[in-house]
Write a protein that binds this ligand. Structure first.
Ligand code: KIV
Length: 283
């Protein structure tokens, strides 16, 4: 079992140009599979709202839901760095609420760090949480919680004006004390520039090569059927495997194929004794 990585490992890995590979997980089995597969870290993203709770966006996700999923992931991956996502409205109102809610993820769910969305406009939140001793990961580019303001789930930094704003966001997040930055849905050229500019590790999702890559487990494993973003590479089609397995089960139950003798518990006393007892009920 590999040793759990720390912030120092992530900084060293950037310096040594070693890639960080990570995925999201939302429950005990997925976290355990991810740890067994050797991911460097796990994000319990608020994407859980869409991938496992069936919401239309991430915005309805509550602190209680995040806490519950973070706890399950912690149990499934005790030796992996876990990033707990701050859900919409858990940090937007004030620094105090942001510190309180980040603290809940650390204290109650034992995650290793938190992630929140935004650049320049959330620097005081990042600073306040870091000042409380909690490692913070920033998240810029396509920030799903503010996708309404962005005009939808759209790639960012594609023109010079937008890319300049993105680079200012990246610098602001580093300056505020974040230990790492996630960049989502940004052209590879802009990501490469940010990776070079920042001392902290910069990870990408749909952003081309970076210091590491994140994918959403539901997308990469073919478990989320509503849509698949352009940047996703699907490594398996779990939905197909599960649907086919359940179809076979339904068929076997209806045809009397399942359960067969090999799936039964057997009596531990002579059958004649049972038959005598059965007769008592029929009198
Ligand atoms: O919630 C999440 O999984 C995320 C990713 C989209 C980066 O924040």
């Amino acid at each position: 079992m590999a040793r759990k990585k720390t912030i120092l490992d992530f900084i060293r890995m950037k310096k040594e140009k070693q890639q960080v590979a990570w995925i999201t997980a939302y429950d005990y089995p997925m976290a355990s599979f991810a740890e067994q597969a050797g991911v460097d870290m796990i994000l319990v993203g608020d994407s859980l709202g869409m991938v496992v709770l069936g919401y239309k966006s991430t915005n309805p996700v509550t602190m209680e839901e995040c806490l519950s999923h973070c706890k399950a992931v912690r149990r499934g991956a005790p030796n992996t760095w876990v990033v707990g996502d701050m859900p919409f409205m858990s940090y937007q109102v004030s620094d105090e609420e942001a510190v309180f809610n980040a603290g809940r993820l650390i204290k109650e769910a034992a995650v290793d760090s938190i992630k929140l969305e935004g650049g320049v406009r959330v620097t005081s939140r990042i600073r306040a949480i870091v000042d409380a001793g909690i490692p913070v990961m920033g998240h810029i580019g396509l920030t799903p919680q503010s996708s309404g303001q962005l005009g939808g789930f759209k790639a960012q930094g594609r023109d010079v004006k937008n890319a300049r704003a993105l680079i200012k966001d990246a610098l602001a997040v580093q300056e505020a004390g974040a230990f790492a930055l996630l960049v989502e849905a940004v052209p590879p050229e802009v990501t490469a520039f940010i990776c070079d500019l920042l001392e902290i590790p910069v990870y990408g999702i749909g952003a081309g090569p970076a210091d590491g890559q994140l994918l959403i487990c539901g997308d990469m494993l073919g478990m989320f059927q509503a849509f698949t973003p352009k940047f996703v590479k699907q490594y398996a089609n779990v939905a197909e495997i599960e649907i086919n397995a359940i179809k076979t089960y339904v068929h076997e139950v209806k045809e009397g194929i399942f359960p067969s003798d090999e799936h039964a518990y057997h009596v531990v006393e002579p059958m004649e004794e049972f038959e005598k007892m059965f007769k008592e009920f029929k009198k």
